[in-house]
Structure formats: structure tokens, C-alpha cells
Design a binder for this molecule. Structure first.
Ligand code: HH2
Length: 260
């Protein structure tokens, strides 16, 4: 899953693809590099980020979805949003997945929209909101708490019409977690796999990798590859990354090595 951030303030690529044309060109490049899903987002969720208005988020995201569909991009189009109106317009424009980092808590009606469109839904775990989530995160057992949360969110989504086989789960790496919480979640990923749904992992260039390596945000590709390969070995199948080409190589070698 290649990341297409149409935002001025994303933590690592804010402002790089702000107009629809550069977002389209970047998307096509990610697909050439091997992305099979593109995740288009118009609101940063970095710690402390300010919310974006509905009008502004639509203005950023919808033209990009439309141009990707018009270009016949050859990848599944996912839209990273927690707003029902953005989801509705994105689905109408041809998006096939809604990636909701609030797991339907901000806008429960996204469930009905996804169900009516027969689309996929990614449910992610997060404590609080991006503004507050990194203020002293605490768990008794991070993995079992994330698992219970996701289990409850699956029940909510399916009771509102979403087919279970269209749900993807994400432990929300970096969303209200310390370095150790993030590592524990990756280490014990098979416990989340027991929920029976594909696992999406978003570690790309994140700050916990900087804390572990001392690297700046744009020098975290090796760290991203290492953790994603380990997540793959533990059962994750969707990797949300900025740097698609090196990730494809790393996963190709990992898959060949693990093949029986
Ligand atoms: N991480 C980010 C945004 N959306 N969605 C899912 N499902 N999982 C994630 O881990 C995830 C996500 C944050 O990364 P990025 O888009 O690069 O930054 P920003 O939120 O600042 O735009």
C-alpha cells in the first residue's frame, strides 16, 4: 500500500504532493514501483495534528481519486478518512477501500456507506485523538487491549451491514503507543491474526523508528523494511509505506525465504 498524502503537514512528506497533478504523478510512480493499493489521505494524523474541515479535505482528496480512476491506475484506491461525507464522495468516485483510523468512532455512518458500496473497510486501533494520543499512553497488556478493541469494532461494523470478509484490521502503530508498545504489537502479531482478518501495518518512517536508530525521518527506510519484514513473517499482509520500491524487494526476498 503506497501512501499518497495530499496534505501540507504530514510528518514526513507534507506538502510534497499537494495539488492533484503531482499526487497523480506520485501515485503512478508508486504503482510502477509495485504498489497494489494506493492510500489517499487529506488530513494528517501525526501527533498533535489539527483537524481539517470537511470542505478542505474533499477539495484535497476527491480530485485525486477522480484522476486516479480516469487514469485507470491499476491499483485499488483506498481513502484515509474519518469523515462520512469524504467517504461517500470517495466511494462514488471509485474508491474501493475506506481506511478509517478512528475505526468508525468519529463517523459510525461510514459503515452503511461502505456496506452499500460493497467496499473494504480498514479498522485501526488508536487511543484518544491525534491531538492527545501520545500523552502518556498506558496499557495493562497492549496486545490484548488492542485485540479486544478490534473485536468490538468488527462486531459494530458487521452489525451495521459491513461484510466481515471486507474488513481489514490494523493495530495502529504509533497511535497512542510508546516504542515498547509498538514493538510488543509486532512481536505478538499472531495474537491479532487470530481475529481472522488480514492485518495492515503502518510503520513507515514513524518516530519510534527514529527513537530506536537515531535517524531523521527521511533516513528511516532500512528501519521500516526491517520491522515490516518481521511483521510479514508474523502474518501481516498489507504494508502501508512511503517507499514502495525497497519494500517490494524486501518482501520478495522474505517471501522467497519463507516459502516451503
Ligand atoms: N498511519 C498514518 C496515517 N494513516 N492508516 C492506517 N490504517 N495505519 C497507519 O499506521 C496509518 C494510517 C500516519 O502516517 P502518514 O500518513 O505518513 O502521516 P500523516 O498522518 O502525518 O499524514
Amino acid at each position: 500500500m503506497g501512501i499518497v498524502n495530499v496534505t501540507p503537514d504530514s510528518f514526513s512528506d507534507g506538502g510534497d504532493y499537494l495539488d492533484a497533478q503531482s499526487a497523480l504523478e506520485h501515485s503512478l510512480e508508486l504503482v510502477r514501483e509495485g504498489a497494489s493499493i494506493l492510500d489517499v489521505g487529506g488530513e494528517s494524523t501525526r501527533p498533535g495534528a489539527e483537524p481539517v474541515s470537511l470542505l478542505e479535505e474533499c477539495r484535497r482528496v476527491i480530485p485525486v481519486v477522480e484522476s486516479l480512476v480516469a487514469a485507470g491506475v491499476g491499483a485499488r484506491i483506498s481513502v484515509d478518512t474519518s469523515k462520512a461525507e469524504v467517504a461517500q464522495r470517495a466511494l462514488a468516485a471509485g474508491a474501493a477501500t475506506i481506511n478509517d483510523v478512528t475505526a468508525l468512532r468519529a463517523a459510525p455512518e461510514i459503515a452503511e456507506l461502505v456496506a452499500a458500496a460493497g467496499a473494504q473497510l480498514c479498522l485501526m486501533h488508536m487511543v484518544g485523538t491525534p491531538r492527545t494520543m501520545q500523552q502518556n499512553p498506558h496499557y495493562e497488556d497492549v496486545v490484548s487491549e488492542v485485540k479486544s478493541f478490534l473485536e468490538e469494532r468488527i462486531a459494530f461494523a458487521t452489525s451495521h451491514g459491513v461484510a466481515e470478509q471486507r474488513i481489514i484490521l490494523d493495530p495502529g502503530i504509533g497511535f497512542g503507543k510508546t516504542v515498547e508498545h509498538n514493538l510488543e504489537l509486532i512481536r505478538r502479531l499472531p495474537e491479532l491474526l487470530a481475529l481472522g482478518r488480514p492485518l495492515l501495518i503502518g510503520t513507515s518512517r514513524k518516530s519510534f523508528l527514529g527513537q530506536l536508530t537515531g535517524r531523521d525521518v527521511n533516513d528511516r527506510i532500512p528501519a521500516t523494511l526491517a520491522i515490516n519484514v518481521l511483521a510479514y513473517e508474523r502474518g501481516a499482509t498489507i504494508f502501508r509505506v512511503h517507499d514502495v520500491a525497497p519494500m517490494v524487494d524486501a518482501l520478495t526476498v522474505a517471501a522467497a525465504t519463507l516459502a516451503p
